[in-house]
Write a protein that binds this ligand. Structure first.
Ligand code: HEC
Length: 489
């Protein structure tokens, strides 16, 4: 992304800022009071009154060109531009002025820029959060009638090159055929595989994608199929790919894309391995939009120059998105909570956190209680919104010694008062893949502090999730049948 050069704010000016402020104030007053005559015609007493009135009264004029454009271009235009997620552009004065009142509202409430995580014990990278002063400037600008300001202050709108937020990808793959999503009906899970043609192993540092029918693509998950055979799997029905939530048994998860999520590079040279000859399997979650759409995405892969020294892993709590955690929410239940705890068998470094749930989740939190008892918060989302699923990467690795206890709690609100409840009246909700079903987990993305401990960590995690699954199946024999049904869909 090329933001406007800072130097453009430093254009030599004739007046000092204070002088300018007085000048502007006087000019405005003059134009209003005297219908456009020169400001020297002001009576000296009036001039003095204007210049020396109470501080609260003498407002600096806030203009788009000077104070507002830098805020909008840096924090909004990335999404608010043609072809991106937002419904209108914010690339000029006219764009911003047209929407000024709503901009004032959504920035004050912090609905925009979208960023669901609270500020916690550790700072996140690329945090989309306006500073209080910036929110104040926007409020003031709207109050003052959205002045554009002098041309001399104007800065260029940012340009975004090819339209890939992270720059030109190393490999661009286009899905072989469009998937046709009908106007309505249930959500669709569909896996479409494409051969990557890799003649050597590669390390993925980021994946981005451009959907052709943004309205229907709820989210996608990417997998690498090392066997390179997924694209040969027979197509089911007349549309490309095969259905269900399973991309294949032996696939490597590579992360995903969701409405509102921005692509990120893994920090510190971390990357995920994709073996040569792999297929990329894209698992789509389509949500019909009310009109028929054809989705044929273009996917951009970014590769590391060399293999990373440390291996990423994921501590998901509860495991399997709560499949074995007793997620069964009665209709009308206002605060249904699931909790999970895990004590680290080895020291890890926290790289980031991510969360997933469907519509009626309300709040989720992950804390770490360090061995000496101090409690830190790693993620806290107070107002979960299905539409904004982001990954939150820490600015610096978070050291979590062996013996640190991780705790996760997820709250759901299945009452009629929850405006995001898709069922009206509320209905019993159980674990499932439709968006009216629920699932939920918070994941710590991490590396073992010592690479040699990775195996022990992964084994411990696998054992734990098997144990949780076994216990649940024993206490709920019906679950095994339900799972078999889900997996066969
Ligand atoms: C990560 C992408 C993204 C960023 C960054 C972003 N927006 Fe948005 N914005 C959206 C999307 C998508 C929508 C459509 C509504 C929705 O899905 O919430 C939207 C909607 C809006 C709306 C309409 C809200 C309504 O209720 O009608 C306004 C106004 C707005 N954004 C202003 C801003 C401003 C101002 C900024 C920067 C301070 C900003 N946005 C930053 C993606 C973004």
């Amino acid at each position: 992304m090329n933001y406007p050069k800072e130097t453009s704010f430093l254009t030599p000016r004739m007046h000092s800022p204070q002088h300018c402020w007085m000048h502007d104030t006087v000019r405005t007053a003059d134009a209003n009071a005297f219908g456009g005559g020169g400001w020297i015609r002001l009576a000296p007493a009036l001039l003095a009154a204007l210049l020396f009135s109470a501080p609260g009264h003498a407002e600096t004029q806030i203009t788009f060109n000077k104070q507002i454009a830098p805020i909008i271009y840096k924090n909004c235009s990335g999404c608010h531009r043609p072809g991106e997620a937002a419904p209108f552009s914010l690339l000029s004065y006219a764009d911003a002025a047209r929407k000024a009142k709503t901009i004032g509202k959504v920035t004050a409430s912090r609905a925009m820029p979208p960023w669901k995580a609270e500020q916690v014990s550790y700072a996140y990278r690329d945090e989309r959060r306006l500073k209080a002063e910036e929110i104040g400037l926007i409020q003031e600008w709207v109050k003052q009638g959205m002045p554009e300001g002098p041309d001399a202050d104007r800065i260029e709108a940012p340009t975004f090159g090819s339209g890939w937020m992270l720059g030109e990808p190393d490999l661009i793959v286009e899905m072989p055929a469009a998937y046709h999503v009908p106007a309505d009906g249930p959500d669709i899970y569909r896996n479409i595989a494409v051969s990557l043609g890799l003649t050597e192993d590669k390390w993925i540092t980021a994946i981005d994608m451009k959907p052709s029918a943004r309205a229907v693509v709820h989210h996608v998950l990417y997998f690498a199929d090392g066997s390179g055979r997924a694209h040969e799997k027979p197509q089911q029905g007349s549309e490309p790919g095969f259905s269900g939530m399973r991309a294949g048994v032996a696939t490597i998860p590579l992360g995903g894309w969701a409405i509102g999520a921005q692509p990120h590079f893994f920090p510190e040279g971390l990357a995920l391995r994709v073996p040569k000859g792999s297929d990329l399997v894209v698992q789509y979650h389509f949500h019909p939009s009310g009109k028929p759409e054809a989705e044929k995405s273009v996917i951009g892969l970014y590769f590391a120059k060399k293999a990373p020294e440390r291996t990423l892993t994921r501590i998901q709590m509860p495991p399997h998105y709560s499949l074995f955690s007793g997620l069964d929410i009665p209709a009308g239940e206002k605060d249904f909570v699931l909790r999970d705890s895990y004590t680290l068998p080895v020291a890890v470094d926290g790289v980031g956190v991510g969360a997933h749930a469907h519509y009626i989740a309300r709040e989720m939190k992950m804390t770490a209680t360090l061995p000496h008892g101090e409690m830190k918060t790693l993620l806290w989302i107070k107002d979960w919104d299905f539409a904004w699923q982001d990954r939150y990467y820490f600015q610096q690795f978070v050291p979590l010694p062996q013996g640190t206890k991780l705790d996760v709690e997820i709250h759901w609100d299945n009452s009629a008062e929850n405006p995001r409840n898709p069922s009206n009246p509320p209905a019993r909700v159980t674990w499932g893949e439709e968006s009216k079903d629920e699932m939920g987990s918070v994941s710590l993305i991490a590396v073992a502090h010592e690479e040699s401990d990775l195996k022990r960590l992964n084994e411990d995690l696998a054992q734990r999730s098997r144990r949780i699954a076994r216990q649940r199946m024993l206490s709920d024999p019906d679950l095994a049948k339900r799972i078999a049904r889900i997996l066969s869909q």
